[in-house]
Design a protein around this ligand. Structure first.
Ligand SMILES: [Zn+2]
Length: 165
């Protein structure tokens, strides 16, 4: 699969809850390949959830190393059916999203997380991460639950800014 178009708000699909992947098929792998290509096609893009390309499945593709700033990163992460099993602390940062390209917003999230997920081979994996990468994982999992970062800001008036292009 090649680069895919990314849905933007207010597309109603972005508010839907994605369903768990029951079987990892060739179709799943093609989709993930398409999402990965889409991620790397957008400069500084660090994560895309399947719903953002119109597929309501619990799949996220993340690469925190694509950020402009230097962060600790696990590189490319393909997470199927990710579940946060532990979280602690708080961290506030400016977030953006391909699905809300005109905005950035200040969002408070958990600083440290542990996530269980399946990899491309259906093998159970666990990631322990913190800081920027943990923020990205939480942002992407939010998409699977029908949320964008704008739903997380404390105030739409003071915490959301128009992106200057
Ligand atoms: Zn997003």
């Amino acid at each position: 699969m090649n680069i895919l178009p990314v849905l933007t708000i207010p597309n109603p699909l972005l508010k839907e809850i994605s369903l768990p992947v029951e079987h990892i098929t060739e179709e799943t792998k093609n989709l993930i390949e398409g999402i990965s290509k889409t991620l790397y096609a957008h400069k500084y893009c660090v994560g895309i959830a399947a719903v953002q390309v119109g597929v309501l499945q619990r799949i996220v593709v993340i690469d925190a190393s694509q950020s402009l700033k230097e962060h600790r990163s696990s590189g490319l992460l393909i997470m199927i059916n990710p579940v946060i099993t532990y979280s602690s602390g708080k961290i506030s940062s400016r977030e953006g999203c391909l699905s809300a390209p005109d905005f950035i917003g200040t969002v408070v999230r958990r600083k440290k997380i542990e996530v269980d997920y399946l990899d491309l081979n259906g093998k159970k994996q666990q990631l322990k991460t913190d800081g920027f990468e943990a923020i990205v994982v939480q942002h992407e999992i939010d998409h699977l639950d029908g949320k964008v970062f704008l739903d997380r800001v404390t105030s739409l008036k003071t915490d959301v800014f128009r992106r200057v292009t």
